[in-house]
Ligand binder design. Structure first.
Ligand code: SF4
Length: 384
């Protein structure tokens, strides 16, 4: 290791730095140390070594649209601001025609992925979900449908009185292409019990993941951080995902998701800082040696933190994201934004010296002779 690198990581991280340079797997103890050291620059430096070893300067994004088909939910997770409740968002449930209409709003954008998740709405029949996937494929033939977290899969199966393997198979037959992350937040029985006890537990989440892998589906993985979880629980979450990936190999990307307390039952928790967001990106990159990609979801992290994250281990920014409703709605909470233009995304990446690569949902590079610009106006990144 060059002397200048030794100075950046300092004596506390030297042992971890040597492992990173040798390409060795990091231990639980290493993960905790990476979270606890005040030397964020050293952690980021090491994560960047791994990021550049895997991808050089390449930074991926996708042209995507989100559809959050209902916010009616019977799980009442304490960290959630999305579900309909008194004093919160009004209830809605989209008909298939409404979904078709929303998709047609962006027909002029060459979207390659439609990402659909929603609340657990017991009024929706089994056929709604398969029809929903079919409706997307009708309006946007060839698009990749990434839909339904593991908790939705379990509930869809329950409504249909079938096994979740059967539900997955029916959804695949209708056109489902992959499963998003989410649904488990943190793989910890304590956090599960305290914050989202009505949802599936860690073992059930893993069982859905294994079934999806067996059926040939790809899946994404996440971790919601910044609520009541401890540093050790974060590291255990990452190690459990790493072990599962050793077994299945079907996870494409890991996304650490920054908790936003506004509008949740945990409003007293202080909003997260850039240190925490960058550190979670960097530690994930270092611990998850068998995940190809680590994403900074710019909607949650902001475009500004995402630019820094591209030097702290992240190689993916998600996408242009039209219509995201989970964390906040358009126009609410100051000027936080729901969509970037193609030009803004490219600019955001190039401005920090990285190479923008448009990808599809399976990370195949998309080369366009004439990238079609989004019709939305350019907005200075400082407003994002
Ligand atoms: Fe429902 Fe999902 Fe919100 Fe939990 S996180 S309350 S399951 S919408």
């Amino acid at each position: 290791m060059p002397v200048s690198a030794e100075r950046v990581v300092g004596p506390e991280l030297l042992g971890i730095a040597e492992k990173v340079h040798r390409g060795e797997r990091l231990s639980r103890e290493d993960g905790v140390r990476l979270y606890e050291t005040p030397n964020l620059t050293g952690v980021g430096y090491l994560a960047n070594v791994v990021r550049e070893r895997k991808h050089g300067a390449k930074t991926y994004f996708v042209r995507n649209q989100h559809v959050n088909y209902t916010n009616i939910c019977n799980k009442f997770c304490k960290f959630c601001s999305f579900y309909a409740k008194k004093g919160g968002p009004s209830p809605y449930e989209m008909s298939l025609d409404e979904v078709r209409q929303r998709l047609s709003w962006h027909k002029d954008v060459p979207i390659t992925e439609v990402h659909m998740v929603g609340g657990i709405n017991p009024r929706l029949p089994y056929s709604y979900y398969t029809d929903l996937v079919r409706a997307v494929k009708e309006v946007r033939p060839g698009v990749h449908v990434k839909a339904f977290t593991a908790v939705e899969i379990v509930e869809i199966a329950r409504v249909g009185k079938v096994s979740f393997e059967r539900a997955l198979a029916d959804l695949i037959e209708a056109g489902l292409d992959s499963l998003p992350g989410g649904g488990i937040e943190v793989l910890s029985d304590r956090v599960h019990k305290e914050l989202f006890g009505k949802k599936l537990n860690g073992e059930e989440w893993k069982a859905v993941a294994r079934a999806a892998a067996k059926l040939g589906l790809k899946q994404y993985a996440t971790m919601l951080y910044g609520h009541i979880e401890t540093v050790e629980e974060r590291v255990d979450h990452l190690i459990q995902l790493r072990e599962l990936q050793d077994e299945t190999g079907h996870f494409l990307t890991f996304t650490p998701l920054s908790f936003h307390p506004e509008g949740t039952e945990l409003e007293d928790i202080k909003p997260l800082t850039g240190d925490v967001d960058l550190r979670n990106i960097a530690v994930s990159r270092l611990m998850l040696d068998n995940f190809d990609h680590v994403k900074s979801f710019w909607i949650m992290n902001t475009a500004a933190i995402t630019q820094a994250a591209l030097w702290y281990g992240a190689d993916d920014c998600d996408g242009l994201v039209h219509e995201y409703e989970i964390t906040y709605k358009d126009g609410e909470w100051g000027n936080k934004r729901q969509a970037l233009t193609y030009e803004n995304m490219v600019h955001m990446i190039r401005e920090v010296g990285r190479e923008p690569i448009e990808r599809d949902s399976l990370y195949r590079e998309i080369v366009r002779d004439d990238p079609v610009p989004s019709p939305r106006r350019l907005v200075p990144l400082a407003q994002a």
